[in-house]
Design a protein around this ligand. Structure first.
Ligand code: AMP
Length: 305
């Protein structure tokens, strides 16, 4: 099984209380692929500029990420600059330069149009919509977005949400999109547009999976040191969609397991800058953290006599 992802392939400059990184690999499609590649094959569709350090993608290629759908165009790459204060839960965006993404129209190679699992990573909803119209009959389309697009492309985003199966977004974005402060109501509002499921991520406070009639919650893995939260959301999505693609099972029990995989992959992403940690994490470490997650939430229900 494989997943097709479209999204930003970026150069990030990040400041956290623990350090600074300039022009490192980032972007929704990059984090997603780095994470999902531990579970399935990934095909990336996107664009970079002629300033992009293509050689830095080699470790991802070695992990089975296929960049045949990544164009290199004349102009500057997408660049994002962000800062985190001691509350590592929300990034302050200092700069967003779309660069070559502002004139990009996606061309999905013929062989990828019949991909069964599609992730529309955070990028212009017009581009996400275009990609969707080129796909033949995907089994599962999941999409993500962020405040930048909720603000600037609301009508297009709503149109997109009507066409996807699962939406992932964080709590602030859910409130901004739906204008509801209660997250249960926000999820219902989004499902009212069409999606079968909504995942609302709450940073270090875990993630909710909403279906039409159930709610599941997975905590974030309680790390002793969170180094750089950038990419946690996309890495979560990589674990989630990657696990569903690997198993081909969309039952609710499996979606719940997928959410825990998402949470585990997100927890590795934040241990270092960029995709560094996702490039070194081993299968054994992932399995161990899945077991630790299980232990974290298991308890005996005991009523004193
Ligand atoms: P997250 O997983 O939510 O932390 O996403 C982090 C990534 O989002 C960074 O690597 C950025 O390059 C990317 N990003 C930031 N702003 C945008 C935007 N407006 N559109 C697409 N990607 C973005």
């Amino acid at each position: 099984m494989s997943v097709l992802v479209v999204g930003s392939v970026a150069l990030d400059s990040v400041e956290t209380p623990f350090g600074k990184a300039d022009d490192v690999l980032g972007g929704s499609a990059t984090f997603f692929s780095a994470s999902a590649s531990h579970l399935t094959k990934v095909n990336v569709v996107g664009v970079v500029g002629n300033d992009y350090p293509m050689d830095k993608l080699e470790p991802l290629k070695k992990r089975g990420v296929d960049f045949a759908g990544l164009e290199q165009a004349d102009g500057p790459s997408f660049r994002w600059r962000g800062r985190y204060s001691h509350d590592l839960n929300s990034a302050e965006t200092l700069e967003t330069h779309l660069g070559v993404f502002s004139n990009f129209s996606a061309k999905i190679p013929e062989a990828l149009r019949s991909s069964e699992y599609v992730f529309l990573g955070n990028i212009d909803p017009r581009l996400q919509l275009d990609v969707l119209t080129m796909m033949k009959k995907p089994k599962l389309v999941t999409c993500d977005t962020m405040n930048f697009w909720i603000q600037s492309r609301r009508p297009e985003l709503i149109k997109l949400l009507e066409k996807v199966d699962i939406v992932t977004l964080n709590d602030g974005e859910a409130r901004q999109l739906t204008e509801k402060s209660n997250l249960v109501q926000a999820a219902q509002w989004i499902m009212g547009l069409g999606p079968r499921h909504v995942i609302i991520k709450k940073g270090e406070h875990g993630a909710f999976l909403f279906t039409r009639d159930t709610i599941f919650f997975a905590p974030a893995f309680p790390l002793e040191n969170v180094f750089d939260p950038t990419g946690a959301g996309d890495s979560f999505a990589g674990g989630f969609v990657g696990y569903i693609a690997r198993t081909g099972d969309m039952s609710e029990a499996n979606l719940r397991r997928a959410v825990v995989y998402g949470s585990v992959m997100g927890s590795f992403a934040v241990e270092k800058f960029s995709i560094e940690r996702l490039m070194t994490v081993t299968k054994a470490e992932i399995t161990q953290r899945m077991q630790d997650m299980r232990r974290l939430v298991t308890f005996e229900e005991e009523l004193p006599a």
